[in-house]
Design a protein around this ligand. Sequence first.
Ligand code: SAM
Length: 273
Amino acid sequence: MNRLRLHLLDEFDLQTESHEDAVSRYYGKWSESLSTATWYNDERVFRWLDQIVPLRPQRVLELCCGSGAILHRLASRLPNATFDGVDICETMFLRASHQCASLPNVRVFHGDWLSPLCAARPYDVVLVKNSLHLIRNLHDKLVELRKVCHPTTRLVLVETVSPSSRSRSFVQNLFKIVDEHHVKSHYFIKSQIKRILEEAGWTPSRDTRRVDQLISVNRWLNFKMDSPSGRRRAIDFVSRAPRQIREEMNISSNEQGVFMLRRQLMLFAFPRA
Ligand SMILES: C[S@@+](CC[C@H](N)C(=O)[O-])C[C@H]1O[C@@H](n2cnc3c(N)ncnc32)[C@H](O)[C@@H]1O
C-alpha cells in the first residue's frame, strides 16, 4: 500500500472517530506529561480543593479524574469517606487505579461521565477539574448529574476561562495552530459557565476564586509540538496579538521567551430544588 493511501486511510479513521474516542486517544498520548504539567498541578488549586476536607463528606465523586492526583490527595485525608473516580481514557483510568491502589476507600471506573457507575448513589461532593470544556452535550450531562446528588451536594468546578469573548477567540485560534482543537468542545468565559450551570438546574455560588497562572508559551509549545516550524508559527501568532489581547491575557516576553497568563476559575454550585 503506498504512503498516500495509508495517509488517506488515517485521515478517514480520524474523521469517523467519535468525539469520545478522540478524547480518549488524545489523553492516552498525553497521560504521562499531564501528571507533571505545572498548569494541571498548581499547588494553589490543590490547596483550594483541600477545603473539601473539613466539610467531612461521606461520598465523593470525581468525574474526568485523569491520573488520580486529587483522588489520592483527598482520599488520604478522608479515610472514612468513599471516593469514586471516572475517566474515559483507558490509560488515565489505569494510572489513577495504580496511583490509588493502596487506598481502600477509592474505586476508579473507566467510562464516559456517569455511565460506568452501576449503582447511582447520592454524592456529597462532585468534582470536575480542568475537564468541563471537553464534554459534549454539556447541558444534558449536567442535568444527568443532578440524579446522583442530593439538595446540599456541592459541585466543585475548576476550569480555565478567558477574560472576554475577544480573548477566547484568540485562544481558540492559537489552539487551531498548536493542538487537536476539535477535542475541546468549549472555550469558556466565566459568565458562560455560570449560565450553562443555571440552565441545567444548578445554582452557582457567588463565592468564586481565580488563580492566574503564568504560562511560558515556549515551554507549552515544546510540550505540545514536535515541529520547530509549527512552534515558530505559534510564537509568531502570540507575538502579533493585538494590544487589547496582550493586555487582557498579560502577554509579555523577555529573552527566555513569550509568556502569557492563563486564568483558572474555581467555583461551586448546588442543585436547584
Ligand atoms: C485535562 S485532563 C484533566 C485531568 C484531571 N482532572 C486533572 O485536572 O489533572 C481531562 C481528563 O478528562 C477526561 N475526560 C474527558 N471527557 C470525559 C468524559 N466524557 N468522561 C470521563 N472522562 C473524560 C480525559 O480522559 C482526561 O483524563
